[in-house]
Design a protein around this ligand. Structure first.
Ligand SMILES: [Fe+2]
Length: 199
């Protein structure tokens, strides 16, 4: 696992980490396996059902299967983010609240939203489409929307291009969205929320 890189954007810490290939393959297979079955109501918690426009979602965790390796890994990453960000009390420990995987074809997008069930959220990119030649740089990007009230001249938006094997971590309360795109293949991610709880 390479080092976590965390930077503050208008006071909001956003981290990037590159997942090592063996683990990435394991996570990719986990996601692919879930899309071999049809969806149930449990795959669409209220917020994400309203968020998603196009594509499909499956719940990864909680799950009847033993995914303790996944829980341990996500919680350790969230803890590293928490320590790097230096904004939350380190007396509180990240605990995984939920984890899901999304696959979206071209012309899909995600409406601006927050993750109300978490404190720290993550997005790991498993598959990125081959964008059409006439694509704009923002197509398929995740865009974070910052609160300008403290400083009207500060950064308002940040667009980040998804890269396979890269995981972003960010505060669950920050609004973000995904722009539509055209091209071949899917944009597939694993996403999660951790809550900060007393030990
Ligand atoms: Fe999200």
């Amino acid at each position: 696992m390479s080092a976590l890189f965390c930077k503050s954007f208008n006071g909001t810490p956003i981290a990037k980490v590159q997942v090592e290939p063996v683990l990435l393959n394991k996570l990719d297979q986990l996601s692919k396996d879930l899309f071999t079955r049809s969806s149930t109501e449990e795959d669409y918690p209220v917020n994400d059902y309203l968020t998603l426009r196009g594509g499909e979602q499956r719940r990864v965790w909680p799950n009847k299967t033993d995914l303790s390796w996944l829980v341990t890994w996500i919680e350790s990453q969230a803890r590293e983010y928490q320590e790097s960000a230096g904004v939350d009390s380190l007396d509180l420990i990240p605990k995984l609240a939920n984890c899901w995987t999304i696959t979206q074809p071209q012309n899909s997008y995600q409406v601006a939203h927050t993750h109300p069930y978490g404190s720290i959220s993550g997005n790991l990119y498993l598959e990125i489409p081959q964008f059409s030649d006439n694509s704009a740089e923002t197509d398929g990007c995740i865009s974070f929307l910052f609160d300008p009230s403290s400083n009207p001249k500060a950064l308002r938006f940040m667009h980040m291009t998804p890269v396979v094997g890269t995981m972003l971590m960010f505060p669950s309360w920050i609004p973000h969205l995904v722009y539509p795109w055209q091209g071949q293949g899917n944009r597939r991610v694993i996403a999660w929320d951790c809550q900060l709880l007393p030990q």
